[in-house]
Design a protein around this ligand. Structure first.
Ligand code: GUN
Length: 304
């Protein structure tokens, strides 16, 4: 069997288009322009690439978009004071502070200061709590897991009773992904670096979400025939075949061997990554709509 490649780039482009239309409707009907502020501290090259893509997507959606690029020497107090001013800025509906932050800044303190209703990353403990206590509809849900869920549902329809293995237990992906799959009535296993017999654990899964940050770790012979494989990994590895000093981006899944077993699989790049950014726009629109007293949109349904 050769898997269907899930074209995250195309699905994300369609979603951004729908969001732009809905954003325009919101502006026409209420005068509210969705606004997002992205804050980056320091010079991490990968973070800079992500932040640039977020700004570009926001402009494409005709959102009001501001970026605050602060030096690595920024104090915790200065960052907290910026977040506070964004909390108070009525033109900003979504605040995203790019992670990781420099070591001298307490990440938890910063994330907890962001107003939960502006927390478009879904990292505030209030949003985490809403998601895990079954009030997902009131939360802002982290973007990468939301994007993965939309893709899984497009492949499988109803996820009731499916067995899902999430590899990785980060607050950004693994834990919220598990919570979302659980809310869809999957039987969920969270695997991590201490998991024994990981290949055997993965072999039981109808849905595999790989978010460990280890290049091409998940091999084809770990994958159950017909499983859906979602690869969140973004690993830069040496690519001497492309010339001296060249690199390429690979996921946490060994794509070629896994594609022989899976029914559907996301490529890297062009799979989960673009969906994450589209869902950030979706969360920003949701935050703006809620601020205007409007109901949430169903983005999976908008995609049709
Ligand atoms: N760093 C890696 N992924 C993310 C993300 O989704 N949001 C933020 N804020 N930082 C990240």
């Amino acid at each position: 069997m050769s898997a269907m490649r899930i074209d995250g780039k195309a699905i994300a482009a369609e979603l951004r288009e729908k969001i732009a239309l809905e954003g325009k409707k919101l502006i026409d009907e209420t005068g509210v322009t969705p606004g997002i502020a992205v804050v980056i501290v320091g010079e991490d090259p990968a973070s800079k690439v992500y932040v640039a893509s977020k700004g570009k997507a926001a402009l494409e959606c005709n959102f009001h978009s501001v970026e605050h690029a602060l030096p690595a020497t920024t104090s915790e107090e200065e960052l907290l004071s910026l977040v506070q001013s964004l909390n108070e800025d009525a033109s900003i509906h979504g605040i995203l502070v790019q992670l990781p932050l420099p070591d001298h800044i307490d990440e938890g303190k910063v994330l907890e200061l962001i107003l939960p209703e502006k927390d478009v990353d879904g990292f505030h403990p209030i949003n985490v709590g809403l998601l895990t206590t079954g009030a997902r509809d009131k939360a802002l849900v982290p973007c990468t897991p939301s994007g993965c869920l939309i893709m899984a549902r497009r492949c499988l329809g109803d996820l009731n009773g499916k067995s899902a293995v999430v590899i990785g237990r980060s607050n950004i992906v693994g834990k919220p992904m598990a919570a979302l799959l659980l809310s869809e009535n999957c039987t969920v296993t969270i695997a991590h670096s201490r998991t024994k017999n990981l290949p055997d654990v993965v072999r039981g899964a109808d849905i595999v979400v790989a978010a460990v940050g280890r290049p091409q770790m998940v091999k084809g012979d770990w994958i159950k025939e017909g499983a859906v494989v979602l690869d969140v990994g973004m690993n830069r590895i040496a690519a001497p075949e492309r010339g001296e000093g060249k690199t390429r981006l690979v996921g946490d899944v060994d794509y070629d061997s896994a594609a022989e077993k899976a029914s559907h699989i996301t490529p890297v790049p062009g799979g989960v990554g673009p969906m994450t950014i589209a869902l950030l726009m979706a969360n920003t629109l949701t935050a703006a709509r809620r601020a205007a007293g409007l109901e949430d949109l169903d983005y999976a349904a908008l995609l049709g």
